[in-house]
Design a protein around this ligand. Sequence first.
Ligand code: ADP
Length: 396
Amino acid sequence: MSDAIVVLNAGSSSIKFSMFAVDGDALNLVFRGQVESIYTTPRFVVRDAAGESVDEMTWPESEPSSHDSALNHLLEFLEVHGDEYRTLAVGHRVVHGGVEFTRPVLMNAAMVERLERLVPLAPLHQPHNLSAIRHLIESAPGLPQVACFDTAFHANQPEIAQLFALPRELTRTGVRRYGFHGLSYEYIASVLPDFDSRASEGKTVVLHLGSGASMCAMQACHSVTSTMGFTAAEGLPMGTRCGAMDPGVILYLIEQRGMEVGEVEKLIYEQSGLLGLSGISSDMRVLEKSDDAQARLAIDYFIYRIGRELGSLAAALGGLDGIVFTAGIGENSVDVRERVGRDAAWLGVEIDSAANGAGGPRVSSLDSTVSVWVIPTNEELMIARHTLLALASRVL
Ligand code: ADP
């Protein structure tokens, strides 16, 4: 029987999971899957390391699904299909670690309670991340669970990058910039030296463009600043989140338009971004296929804001050697990469259209002074690495 690490990433409407076999220091993917659209049309899909389908299931309409039932189904799958493996530990993606949690940590009920306090700072993700941990504390009490935080990679940013210009008392109590998507950036930082030593030793901006989107400025693969802040609603416009917005808008909506706080939360997290601008969809694939003027405007705004943030992050770095595109849109949208590259010509970026059309990995021309890469992210592998390391070094 081989040892394995299971990774769970519980989001607002999906639970993604992976199982990695442990072979010495190596982690080899066994299964990767998810339960998606938990509250609408739940579907369970699992593939093996070669991408072949292992199991698929669509919930019968008579059987409403929830995060708990999705997790139970997934655990049953692992019991049956993973019976050749002994699970050493489960690693979880936890979006917010606050000031307190800046490295992976072993979970218990008391830790979960401390992390509950951060729910208002990440309402789309944190409650689901924690409920998966709580579920396993109850159903598999002896099984070690390690929480890996999306904020941790940014914990050592220079102080000035972490500040809001608010009274110091507020900063001291944790009202500051944290940054997110840290597990994705950390994975990219871990593989960038294999692609480009100049970019990995120098000044690089990584664009994590998925349903959630952010950008991180890295100096020698360490986070210097990022577009996200106190919450994951800051920075770029996203699938349904608004990104950077004058805080006065929120006061106006509450005071003058009589909106309740919950309504404003729904507005900025679930009804804005690409969905709000287009009125059609939060999904870039749908918008790219549409010839509706509002869909085009939503994409134009997305590209425009990326360009502005790129200038800002290059200024924070004092130059630019490399750009990396990753996550759903970054890895797959030829058009978004082409347009972002074109707008960044003033920074010395020149995209090679043929290489870009072919998906890279290098998509910049030989004349480009900034190298541009497409590197698929792998947050699950990063979590599995942390989980294994935490077990081995017993820094739990
Ligand atoms: P998350 O993990 O945050 O749910 P992903 O990294 O999977 O998000 O990214 C989802 C986004 O990627 C969606 O907007 C989707 O439309 C976009 N995407 C996926 N494939 C493509 C593609 N071929 N072309 C354009 N956009 C794509």
